[in-house]
Design a binder for this molecule. Structure first.
Ligand SMILES: *Cc1c(COP(=O)(O)O)cnc(C)c1O
Length: 426
């Protein structure tokens, strides 16, 4: 049996422990939802306040140059590049994940069509995040293509000669299961198929090496593990072999080769800058940049590799404690035990009460979230989802989270009516 004492000893030995002080977390709150909205870095309010009062308030339009506003998408992109195995000048921070997916999937489909017009299918996973499927559905409709949805274990057999693009999310939002990006990309390429990877639950959560995997296109989210704040800009990466071969469809002036020449004809910038569309939300981008600096503060301590080691230790501990202390309450583990196939979250299913259990936990100061059953996924029951951001979660937090869960179950707290009322956002 693992004890609270053991967990405190693990915290005392944790080489990343000091990183927690870079975040603002209320005393007593255990935040296991960094996979939905990351915690605010302690430096963010002052950075954003400076952008408002000095850069905007005093600098006004001069700040596009003097405060570097104009190049912020590329500068933040260079920071993201360091955690996803990309090179400088290959990533831009911009727009939302959904919008970036539209741009890169469109580009991938255009390149695929130019190579071999007979490929008319996009393959994705049935349990992919809905916005990814919706964007793909829209594009397929626009281009007269078919979206073919398969289960994770059918992906390799789905790489057929009629497939143009394989579009996957690296870590599944609902189950925390992680794909082998390198092996799948290599199988797709062998079948003449381009790959688009969504890194929403990977960037800042697990080590990613886009070049090593030889991926074609990638996008990701700024407000989850990058701690960029609600609605933070997302990012896009395109392999250098493709970046100049196609114009993305949202051909706005920020992606123009010379936006301040104000010429009537569109001429795309070279490189990833052509994936910008229009004027960027500088205040949000400033908060994202601050979130990235906070994540990169882990670099001298081993960076993503060290964060991954701790993330796996935390999720292993959580699984072990739930199995030791909450047995007999109808919980089953959904997330893979195998480290190679696990992201940075643990999902547990229960046939009933999952929503109310999460609400009861939130009332106790343990914030996780809930995702409704998905019959297509073959998982029985609704899901309790717990994200572990090793930047600010410790071993003792993990122990207390499970102890609260045990008490909610033993005392049947989740049956109370107040925990069974639904809000718009779950
Ligand atoms: C969070 C998430 C998104 C979010 O998209 P937005 O455009 O920011 O709303 C998209 N895809 C995946 C896989 C996600 O996990």
């Amino acid at each position: 049996m693992t004890t609270l004492h053991d967990c405190r000893a693990l915290d005392a030995q944790d080489p990343l422990r000091s990183l927690r002080s870079l975040f603002t977390i209320d005393q007593g709150l255990i935040y296991l939802d960094g996979n939905s909205l990351g915690v605010m870095p302690a430096a963010t309010p002052a950075r954003v306040a400076k952008a408002v009062t000095e850069e905007w308030g005093q600098g006004l339009i001069r700040s596009w140059n003097s405060a570097g506003w104009f190049t912020l998408p590329q500068r933040a992109g260079d920071k993201i590049a360091r955690i996803v195995g990309a090179q400088p000048e290959e990533v831009v921070a911009t727009d939302s994940t959904s919008v970036n997916l539209y741009k890169v999937l469109h580009a991938a489909l255009a390149i695929a069509a130019a190579r071999d017009g007979s490929r008319k299918v996009v393959v994705s996973e049935r349990t992919n995040f809905p916005t990814d499927l919706y964007i793909a559905q829209g594009l397929c409709k626009e281009r007269g293509l078919t979206l073919r949805l398969v289960d994770a274990d059918e992906i390799s057999s789905a790489l057929q000669s009629d497939v143009a693009v394989l579009m996957l999310t690296h870590v599944n939002y609902r189950t925390g299961a992680m794909h082998d990006m390198k092996a799948i990309t290599s199988a797709a390429h062998a079948a003449g198929i381009l790959t688009v990877w969504d890194l929403a639950h990977s960037a800042g959560a697990v080590p990613v090496d886009l070049h090593e995997a030889d991926a074609d296109f990638a996008i990701g989210c700024g407000y989850k593990y990058l701690n960029g704040g609600p609605g933070a800009p997302a990012f896009a990466w395109v392999h250098p072999r493709h970046v100049d071969s196609f114009e993305q469809p949202l051909s706005g002036w920020w992606g123009h080769a010379a936006p301040f020449e104000f010429t009537p004809g569109y001429r795309p910038a070279s490189g990833i800058s052509r994936y910008l569309c229009g004027t960027q939300p500088i205040l949000s981008m400033t908060a994202l940049d601050c979130g990235l600096d906070t994540l990169l503060a882990a670099e001298p301590m081993g960076g993503m590799a060290a964060l991954r080691t701790k993330s796996l230790a935390l999720t292993d501990l959580f699984i072990k404690l739930v199995e030791e202390r909450c047995a007999g309450h109808g919980l089953s583990l959904v997330t893979p035990r195998d480290h190679a196939h696990r992201g940075s979250q643990v999902c547990i299913s229960r046939e009933d009460g999952a929503f109310a259990i999460v609400q009861a936990l939130i009332a106790r100061g343990v914030i996780g979230d809930y995702r409704a059953a998905d019959t297509a996924s073959g998982i029985k029951g609704d899901i309790l989802r717990f994200g572990f951001t090793p930047l600010y979660i410790g071993y003792e937090d993990t122990w207390h989270a499970v102890e609260h869960l045990r008490q909610v179950l033993v005392e049947r707290e989740w049956e109370r009516p107040e925990f069974n009322q639904r809000n718009a956002v779950t």
